[in-house]
Design a protein around this ligand. Sequence first.
Ligand SMILES: Cc1cc2nc3c(=O)[nH]c(=O)nc-3n(C[C@H](O)[C@H](O)[C@H](O)COP(=O)(O)OP(=O)(O)OC[C@H]3O[C@@H](n4cnc5c(N)ncnc54)[C@H](O)[C@@H]3O)c2cc1C
Ligand code: FES
Length: 504
Amino acid sequence: MASDAIEDAGPDLTRGVTLADFGDKPMLRGHVGDKAVLLARVGDEVLAVDATCTHYGGPLAAGIVVGDTVRCPWHHARFSLHSGEALGAPAFDPLSCWRVEREGGRIVVCEPTACASQPAPAAVGQPEDIVIVGGGAAGFACAEMLRRRGYRGHLTMLSEEADAPCDRPNLSKDYLAGNAPEAWMPLRPETFYADNDIDLQLRVSATRIDVVARTVASADGRAFPFERLLLATGAEPVRLPIPGADRPHVFTLRSLADSRAIIERTRTAKAAVVLGSGFIGLETAAALRARGLQVHVVSLDERPLERVLGAALGDFVRVLHERHGVVFHLGSSLASIGAQTAQLSNGTALAADLVIVGVGVRPRSALAEAAGIAVDHGILVDEYLQTSVPGIYAAGDVARWRDPDRGDTNRVEHWVVAERHGQVVAENMLGVRTRFQDVPFFWSAHYDVTIRYAGHAPSWDAIEIDGDITARDCLVSYWKAGRRVAVAAIGRDVQALEWATALH
Ligand SMILES: Cc1cc2nc3c(=O)[nH]c(=O)nc-3n(C[C@H](O)[C@H](O)[C@H](O)COP(=O)(O)OP(=O)(O)OC[C@H]3O[C@@H](n4cnc5c(N)ncnc54)[C@H](O)[C@@H]3O)c2cc1C
Ligand code: FES
């Protein structure tokens, strides 16, 4: 994680500060007892909320204020400064608000106050049955927001996974590396689902949607009626049709069960081959190095991550991994996998008692397609994330949404986008009519380096580098047709956040 934690506790806010203490900044971090509290200026008001992000504990004072919201510099969660509500994922829990008194020129923080909650939607007109297919980022965020907004009808969530929705990005990072305990992985404890009357059905596969009868059939022979349906089926790893790909020491990585199985294998394995030099392949390589395995990365690409980040960042990432002992075999692929070796297409044989295949994913759109819902490399949705069938929505990795401003469609595989999709769908299911307008954002962590990326640049005409990549202090901009369409940042968290807002 980035290292922008603020060591200094700042002033004691119960003694008061003045506007001059803010200097030219909109925020001032101080403390009340041992609690870190953030003061923020919004117009003539001075508002106080907790200073620590409820996602992974990011330092909100190092973020930015936009309107009456504060944005976290680490993964761009968005909180209301008036109510403390976590308006935009990846945070879900609210911040505490603190009462502020103005005494002459002094601003004094008193006690925490009850956060203002959103009014519940009118019970009349609410759908009676909502079904969510998918127990991942988008499905969870939708269910959580439905209940947060006061939806009182039946809410069913079907998930093929054995585990409740989990922190998927961590599966290739700290969890796989052995630095995050299992207890950190669920997005919510199991009691959350019972307490919020969410009927979470694990190990249940949805097999058919009847768009006329408005039911979802499951593999175990049941039918779930719906008035509104969310398809949040995500994406599945591409598997290789090569000899040996079905051996027990060959893995893909998508679920908590996959990550657990890889960890189990690392207890005896010594040499790993990772096929693919994308984000998941490289994060996996770093995690396996942390567990002391020899790691060889095999990729058809000439440079890791070049297609997403460009040549300069790709070279930086390669050197970073090489310094940590990863050996690259670029411009080649795997021809076959034996019990103890992996044979490359160029004839090289590598020792391998663990093989991870990370060559990309495919959107899981077959269920929608079979039901006659419009699909084109993902489930097609409008800016309200509704599919071609009214009342049926799609969100997350599986959704290809229309961007009316740019006149094109987007499908991305980012955690925060999936969760924000889910949140927007929840509001639309309740009749709010919210467009999805967020700028896509993702992060990727490699050893002690975190790359943050805002925007969407499947291709570009030019790349501009501000700063020094090797010094881990840079903002890389991607230009297309004279417009900056995306930025990637290392050590420039605030700039990445500002661009995520400005690119809007
Ligand atoms: C190892 C790993 C690391 C990642 N790291 C990052 C990162 O650092 N930053 C980032 O931005 N993104 C990251 N991502 C991507 C991010 O996790 C995805 O974009 C996100 O999970 C997509 O959410 P989703 O809800 O669309 O799909 P998912 O989270 O995959 O959830 C889909 C769910 O649908 C279920 N499902 C599918 N079909 C059916 C069916 N027929 N019946 C019942 N259930 C079904 C699946 O079992 C699953 O529970 C990572 C992904 C992985 C795998
Ligand atoms: S720590 Fe704040 S968004 Fe992740």
